[in-house]
Design a binder for this molecule. Sequence first.
Ligand SMILES: Cc1ncc(COP(=O)(O)O)c(C=O)c1O
Length: 384
Amino acid sequence: MTSLFAFDDATCQNLAEAHGTPCFAYSGATAAEQFGSLRAVLPPRVRLAYAVKANPHPGLLARFASLGASFDCASIGELERVEALALPPGRTFFAGPGKREAELAKALTMGVRVQAEGFEDLARIDALVDRPTAVNLRVHPAFEIDEGNRIIGGSGPSAFGVDEEDVPVLLQQAASLRHVRIQGLHVFVASNQRDAAKLLAIHGAVLGLAKRLHVTHGLVFEQIDLGGGLGVPYAPAQAPIGVRALGHGLSNLLTAHSWFTGELILEPGRFLAGPCGVYLARVVRIKESRGTRFAILEGGINHLIRPLLTGEPFPVRAVGKGQGEFQYTLTGPLCTSLDRLGEVCLPRLAASDLLAFGTTGAYGLNEGMTHFLSHPVPPEIWVD
Ligand SMILES: Cc1ncc(COP(=O)(O)O)c(C=O)c1O
């Protein structure tokens, strides 16, 4: 079972002394384990594409590339990072609700498969190419999805994809395009899901949607991209997702949908990168205010904004101090009361104590507000 912390106390201490704090450290071994544990249980017809937005660190990208990963990009910056890996064609995808023309041009020059999020993407691609070009259509389905955590949005109004009910009109418009061919479907509607059965229920509904589009509109899909969404534990009581059950379920879906002979794509970000990261920051001072004990740290939401966005803290421990029974409100050094990393139970803390935040390899530094208050950007250490 994956630990909430990729590094033990002694390693955290050494990293902090060698590189200074605050800093992020990523374990190449843990990243490889996450990839291997998932790859091993997926049917061969499921392609694994790492969602670069989770963490674009070059060490991670190179490690996943060496293990055979494909890549899901969502900006020109991410495309450039993946371009540096010099992958064979067919291993990169480009999604995103607001793709600019220069980004589409870059993707097409690289031979990347674009996930078109509406007619505008299709028309722009058509104008940029001079030969038949396969694209995937991202559809925002009409079926009910209870995402719970609002990261992607579940059902309801969405900036992502074309609403399922608008697909017939889009296909009519697309009929006038000269080069674009819709040969894939993309649906991603729920993130951080640790219940494999719930993810599989969504995947089953997506295959049902694909079949309706195939039967009603004659679309032939080479690939159906099911997006990311595999969750990870952020607390000891949270069970990891059952990847074996997920693999088994996908295999059953492929058998049940024998009309579909192409490949499925999974684009996990959090699952592949989350567990490999640890954020290290020291306590600057302790303050008691009207009954609340604050531990004010060197870094806060400038480096880790997720607790503010989701209300769920990262797991944290005081390095070298064992279990604790004191309640602390963890804050950063920023001049805003939004700068909170959580309410946690820790041993008695003092200035310069080192805290380790686990599972910070995904949506950590790259999702933070690093420019706010102009603190230095923390180093990211690749540990292999
Ligand atoms: C298109 C797309 N694919 C994959 C992902 C990765 O999702 P997760 O980290 O939940 O696996 C995202 C995340 O926002 C996304 O937008």
